[in-house]
Write a protein that binds this ligand. Structure first.
Ligand SMILES: Nc1ncnc2c1ncn2[C@@H]1O[C@H](COP(=O)(O)OP(=O)(O)OP(=O)(O)O)[C@@H](O)[C@H]1O
Length: 259
C-alpha cells in the first residue's frame, strides 16, 4: 500500500519504494513499504510495539540499508546521512560536558568553528523554545523537557528540509509534551520542514499529523488523512479530533471508546 502525504501533486522529499528489510536470521521487520513525505508535510507512524516503526525510520535515515527496494531523498539515493536531515530520538543524547548553546551548535562544529551568525541563530532557536536563559547551562542542570527542547534545537540548527523523530516526547509529562507538540508544529510550519514522526500516542499523532499511517507487522496497513482546522489548545477537545482518534484506534484494533 502506498502512503502519500500532503497530496499527490506535492513534491516528494522522501520516498520509500517497496522497501524490505530483515535483521540477519530473522523474519522481515519491514515487509514492503511505499511511503512519500512531501516538503512541509507532517507524517506520523503509529503501531504496536515491535511492529517495525523504528526500523522504518532508520531505513529512511540511511542508518540501515534495505535488502530490496529503494529510499530516495530529494531525488537521490540515500547512502549517507546528510545535513539536510535532522534527527531527534527518545533520549535527548546531549553531550554532558558541553554547554546548552554548544550542544545546539554541535552539527555546525562538526564542519567548522561556529561563526557569530550561527551562534546568534542557535540563541534564537533557544529563545523560540523558551530556553534563552539556559544557554550557558550544562545538560544536567536542565529538566527532561528542557533537554528535549535542546535536542530539537540541535536538530533544527542546520535548517534541514526533513526531520525524523522517534518518540521524542515519550518520556515527558503530559503538560510538557503538549507544549513541545505545539512548539514543534509551529517551528516546522514556519520553516516548511517535512516531518516523519514515530509515536505510540494516538492523540499525539492526530494532533500533529496531516496523515497518520498505521504500521502492522512491517507494513503500512492503513493511511488516515487528518483534516483539522488550525491546531490550537481547543483542537484536542473538538468532535472532529475525537473522530480521527477513533479511526486510528479502530485501525489499531483497539476497543472503541464510548462517547
Ligand atoms: N538488531 C536487531 N536484531 C534482531 N531483531 C531486531 C533488532 N532490532 C529490532 N529487532 C526486532 O525488529 C522488530 C521491530 O523493531 P522496531 O524497533 O522497529 O519496532 P518498533 O515498532 O519501533 O517498536 P517500539 O514501539 O517498541 O519501539 C522487533 O520485533 C524487534 O525485536
Amino acid at each position: 500500500m502506498r502512503a502519500v502525504c500532503a497530496g499527490a501533486a506535492a513534491v516528494s522529499l522522501l520516498s520509500l519504494r517497496d522497501v524490505r528489510f530483515a535483521f540477519p536470521g530473522w523474519p522481515a521487520t519491514v515487509a514492503g513499504v511505499d511511503l512519500d513525505v512531501a516538503a512541509g508535510a507532517f507524517h506520523c507512524l503509529v503501531g504496536r510495539s515491535g511492529c517495525g516503526k523504528t526500523t522504518l525510520l532508520k531505513l529512511a535515515a540511511g542508518l540501515l540499508r534495505p535488502d530490496s527496494g529503494e529510499v530516495v531523498f530529494r531525488g537521490r539515493g540515500r547512502d549517507a546521512i546528510g545535513p539536510d536531515i535532522g534527527f531527534v530520538f527518545q533520549a535527548p543524547n546531549l553531550l554532558e560536558w558541553q554547554r546548552v548553546i554548544d550542544n545546539v551548535l554541535l552539527p555546525v562544529s562538526l564542519h567548522h568553528r561556529p561563526r557569530p551568525e550561527e551562534a546568534a541563530q542557535a540563541l534564537q532557536l533557544l529563545e523560540q523554545l523558551g530556553l534563552a536563559a539556559h544557554a550557558r547551562k550544562y545538560p544536567r542542570q536542565l529538566s527532561g523537557g528542557q533537554q528535549s527542547r535542546v535536542a530539537l534545537a540541535r536538530a533544527l540548527i542546520l535548517q534541514p528540509s526533513l526531520l525524523l523523530l522517534d518518540e521524542p516526547f515519550a518520556a515527558l509529562d503530559a503538560i510538557t509534551r503538549e507544549e513541545l507538540q505545539r512548539d514543534l508544529l509551529q517551528m516546522c510550519r514556519a520553516r516548511g520542514t517535512g516531518v516523519l514522526f514515530v509515536t505510540h500516542d494516538i492523540a499525539e499523532a492526530v494532533y500533529l499529523a496531516d496523515r497518520v499511517d498505521v504500521v502492522e507487522s512491517g507494513r503500512i496497513v492503513q493511511e488516515i488523512a487528518i483534516e483539522l482546522p488550525a491546531r490550537t489548545a481547543q483542537t484536542r477537545y473538538s468532535p472532529a479530533f475525537a473522530q480521527r482518534c477513533a479511526e486510528v484506534r479502530a485501525a489499531l484494533h483497539l476497543e472503541a471508546v464510548e462517547a
